[in-house]
Design a binder for this molecule. Structure first.
Ligand code: ZN
Length: 406
């Protein structure tokens, strides 16, 4: 998996460089000025450099593009790409020097200025100079209000700093620029950010603000699962058990594939309010609606085992195992239930039979975007920083259409 990262980075750098070069070229033609950049662009070093870039030979690409750049010191885009390549190689200091030197050039147009600053902002970001990166991206936006790349980087920087309100505002600006097709995804990101702002209010015990934010997140995206969980937690803190149960049950209706995230909360609430059947009914309904729901079986079996019904629990676990033979959590629950029953040979045999082809792993989740793996469901990927990209990884069986097969 890691072998792809440098290639991907190089391609991104190439595309960004080409896009920047193109835009710059367009602008110059519109402006009616003509500076002869053909010497660099027509030199074999330029083409060779791009070819090396595509084949992920970054050092050779730098060598050839440096030669092309030396033929024509005015070829801004070649220098910009070179700087970007230094950054991708991790030579951030060198990248910063190249881009800072470009900024010193007299007669840079407004748009050229913005593009170079954008590259410089990316250098600062890569080098961990957060304040300077923020400053650079804000300056890009002052010069070019609609620069989506600067907005996106600004949003990510604010997210890294947990400046959720600023991240939200930036995303909102970006949302206004996105196409209609990309809007639902943008709304979903706004919902996650709104949820984070709500969590901040919850930590301050500002319940009315927290509720407003969590409800706002759900309005933005009806499948904003953490907002439902958190909204219920606020209701519990306010002593309103009924409202908490209602919101968590609503979560199960709108996102049945994520229902299990509310199981612990709903079970505790059902037991505390003296109505444990409410939880067992819910689990049975989910199993009935989706025969492959191993998590509802696991949750119900835990509930039954702890309330003195290990045999019923074991039956449920065996049927969960048929749906997902590889989930370690099911096997652990089976061992516990078998222990409670003092290992009756017929049940141990049945278990052995069911596990003949099982491979154990710990409830894995995988990021659909960058393939990062995690043992728990994460709302924001720690690797690619995208929102809501994790799916449950399954090896078998292959009938479940709601899960991505990996
Ligand atoms: Zn990721």
């Amino acid at each position: 998996m890691n072998g792809y990262a440098p290639l991907l980075a190089a391609l991104v750098a190439l595309l960004a460089g080409l896009a920047i070069g193109k835009a710059w070229e367009r602008y110059k033609l519109r402006d009616g000025q003509w500076i002869d950049r053909r010497r660099a662009r027509e030199s074999p070093h330029y083409i060779l450099g791009l070819n090396f870039l595509v084949s992920n030979q970054i050092d050779l690409a730098i060598e050839e593009l440096s030669r092309a750049a030396s033929l024509d010191p005015n070829a801004l885009e070649v220098h910009m790409i070179l700087g970007n390549l230094y950054r991708e190689k991790g030579q951030v200091g060198k990248a910063i020097t190249v881009h800072q030197n470009l900024l010193q050039r007299p007669r840079l147009s407004r748009l050229e200025h913005a593009y170079v600053l954008l590259c410089l902002g990316l250098d600062y970001k890569r080098g961990g100079f957060v304040d300077r990166a923020l400053e650079a991206f804000n300056e890009v936006l002052r010069l070019d209000q609609q620069n989506e790349y600067a907005l996106l980087n600004l949003q990510k920087l604010h997210e890294e700093q947990h400046q959720w309100t600023e991240a939200y505002d930036t995303r909102q600006r970006l949302s206004k620029l996105t196409t209609t097709e990309a809007r639902p995804q943008s709304q979903a990101i706004l919902a996650f950010l709104e949820n984070e702002i709500g969590l901040e209010a919850l930590r301050r015990k500002d319940y009315s603000e927290a509720i407003r934010r969590f409800e706002g997140a759900i309005d933005l995206d009806a499948r904003a699962v953490p907002a439902y969980l958190n909204l219920g937690d606020v209701r519990i803190a306010q002593g309103d058990d009924r409202a908490a149960a209602a919101i968590w049950e609503k979560l199960i209706d709108v996102a049945p594939d994520r229902a299990y995230l509310a199981f612990d909360r709903l079970e505790a609430l059902a037991i505390r309010t003296g109505n444990p059947e409410r939880f067992t009914r819910l689990c049975r309904r989910l199993i009935e609606e989706n025969a492959q729901d191993w998590r509802a079986r696991l949750a119900l079996s835990r509930h039954l085992a702890s309330s003195g019904h290990p045999r019923d629990a074991l039956d449920l676990l065996f049927s969960a195992l048929v749906q997902n033979p590889h989930a370690l959590s099911i096997h652990q629950a089976i061992w516990r239930a078998l222990g409670q029953l003092h290992h009756p040979p017929s049940l141990v045999d049945r278990y052995t039979e069911l596990t003949q082809h099982a491979v154990f792993y710990l409830d894995p989740h995988v990021c659909m975007r960058c393939r990062y793996r995690s043992t728990e469901l994460l709302w924001q990927c720690p690797h690619c920083h995208d929102w809501n990209t994790f799916v449950e990884e399954r090896i078998a069986p292959a009938q479940d259409t709601t899960e991505v097969e990996v």
